[in-house]
Design a protein around this ligand. Structure first.
Ligand code: MG
Length: 292
């Protein structure tokens, strides 16, 4: 035991020295670039020009040259439009909308919408066509609130049916899916005829519900599809689809396909004959990173 003592003490000193060195190296790496500690009078660094480049980006880590994102004012409460949103319906009128005589009529005809507007919401009036926004959108974030009609109704697809149809083609289904059996890829929040929602987060008919949708428009090169559409959907704050690839346009009883269209198209709300209500509809056009 005696013979081992100097060796043990030596090991302890060595270990201690390694730990102190490691700590020093760690601290040094987190300090500002030049002059390890910022002097009392100098403001802290707001970026760097000698850090490594990020993979597949033109920017360095913490790049001082990287453009700063636009400043926007968020809504006063969750669900309220931020300052850069296009408000399509604020409860007052349908001035941002036009009507179609039939759902599949393209190009859209310009008719005055005849849906009912009262008490801060709009309501589908049967046999007056669907409505579509005057403004056109490609990649976007959409917030929309809806309520299926309360009271005894029919069943399956004939109970509170409407639809949020992006670019007039790609439908996120609106349906009263509270204790209402129908095919899974046609219930509320489905990418109609393609994917059921991950869960059924439906509220009772008559209660207000929300969809928050992030939509990536498809891209075409001539007649060819270069990139399909994708949708991320939240229903009452619950995730239903996570950047799900869309197979093609909405169809009934057949597989939808893509046909070339403009990079921006109107948002369409479906008239399926049920008095579904909508309110608080706004859209944000989405840009990429570093596009202030
Ligand atoms: Mg529908």
């Amino acid at each position: 035991r005696q013979a081992n003592l100097p060796y043990t003490v030596g090991m302890r000193i060595l270990t201690g020295w390694i730990l102190v060195s490691a700590l020093f190296v760690c601290c040094a790496q987190q300090s500002p670039r030049k002059g390890a500690k910022a002097k009392k009078d100098e403001p802290p660094a707001i970026g760097y020009d000698d850090t490594p480049f990020l993979p597949n980006q033109k920017w360095r880590v913490h790049d001082i040259q990287r453009p700063h994102p636009r400043v926007i004012t968020p809504g006063a409460a969750v669900g309220q439009p931020p300052s850069d949103a296009v408000v399509l319906f604020d409860g007052k009128d349908l001035s941002g909308w036009r009507a179609t005589p039939k759902d599949k009529d393209h190009p859209f005809q310009t008719l005055e919408p005849r849906w009912k507007v009262e008490k801060g919401y709009m309501e589908v009036v049967p046999d007056t066509g669907s409505i579509y926004s005057k403004e056109k959108f490609g990649n976007c974030q959409l917030h929309i609130e809806w309520a299926a009609p309360a009271g005894a109704r029919s069943s399956s697809q004939l109970r509170g049916n409407s639809g949020v149809i992006l670019m007039g083609r790609y439908e996120i289904q609106v349906l009263d899916s509270w204790q209402n059996a129908t095919y899974a890829d046609g219930q509320a929040g489905s990418i109609y005829g393609q994917f059921p929602p991950l869960v059924n987060a439906s509220r009772k008919p008559g209660e207000w519900q929300s969809y928050d949708i992030v939509f990536e428009a498809p891209r075409f090169e001539g007649e060819k599809l270069a990139k399909p559409a994708y949708a991320t959907v939240f229903h009452n704050g619950v995730l239903l689809h996570h950047r799900q690839e869309i197979i093609g346009r909405m169809e009934h009883k057949i597989v939808g396909t893509y046909a070339p269209h403009d990079p921006a198209e109107p948002l369409l709300l479906q008239n399926h004959g049920d008095p579904v209500r909508y309110r608080n509809i706004w859209v944000r056009r989405l840009r990429s990173y570093d596009e202030p």
